[in-house]
Design a protein around this ligand. Structure first.
Ligand code: CTP
Ligand code: MG
Length: 184
């Protein structure tokens, strides 16, 4: 196993997770449209929404497509990326359309599971749930993609840290750009 907090682990981990970051980061764009179809169709469970109106079919499908597209771009870009300048051999995951799609779909399903938990805790749509808000999509993306490729434990640990910080910064940017309604 490689060292966790090293630039090598970071490069390997970011190359893997980029489709999931893109899916989760760009899904809020569908929220700019007026007519959307909530996955729970307005259904409730013990008085609270099943997932809430922030989880739509449009978001799930768009996030999955974005993941697939980014996975394909990474696959095509691979020969041109300067991984060989690394003094230690890198373990770069073989990116593909299928892996990108599974990272995108996994991210959206993890995010959906996060909202399910938030609603059970009676946290309304759009209100913050620290750690859950930042890590739910990562857990989903890693869980689904590990069916396709072997994941290193060091990537998972590093990504849990990096994602927490990146998610908070990215959402603040999305809020300033008016893509996201809340800064979390
Ligand atoms: N989104 C969507 N469908 C999804 C996921 C996200 O339409 N499956 C869009 C929604 O417009 C949502 C926005 O992306 O409001 C931001 O996503 P997120 O922060 O995960 O949702 P919240 O609205 O904050 O709701 P929750 O409290 O359930 O996290
Ligand atoms: Mg949210």
């Amino acid at each position: 196993m490689t060292e966790i907090f090293s630039i090598y682990t970071l490069v390997e981990a970011l190359y893997l997770i980029l489709p999931a970051y893109s899916a989760n980061g760009l899904a809020p764009l569908v929220g700019l449209r007026k007519k959307l179809h909530p996955i729970d169709g307005g259904r409730r469970f013990k008085g609270e929404p099943l997932f809430g109106p922030g989880k739509t079919w449009e978001g799930l499908i768009f996030g999955t497509i974005v993941g697939g597209l980014i996975g394909m771009i990474e696959m095509l870009a691979y020969p041109y990326l300067p991984f060989s300048i690394s003094p230690v051999p890198l373990n770069i995951v073989p990116m593909s359309l299928a892996l990108g799609l599974s990272l995108g779909l996994g991210a959206m399903c993890g995010d959906l599971a996060g909202s399910f938990i938030k609603r059970r805790l009676k946290i309304p749509r759009g209100r913050p749930a620290p750690i859950l808000d930042q890590e739910d999509f990562l857990a989903g993306a890693l869980a689904l993609s590990m069916l396709l490729v072997p994941l290193e434990a060091s990537w998972v640990v590093l990504l849990a840290f990096v994602t927490f910080v990146v998610h908070i910064i990215a959402n603040m940017i999305g809020y300033v750009l008016k893509i996201k309604k809340q800064p979390w």
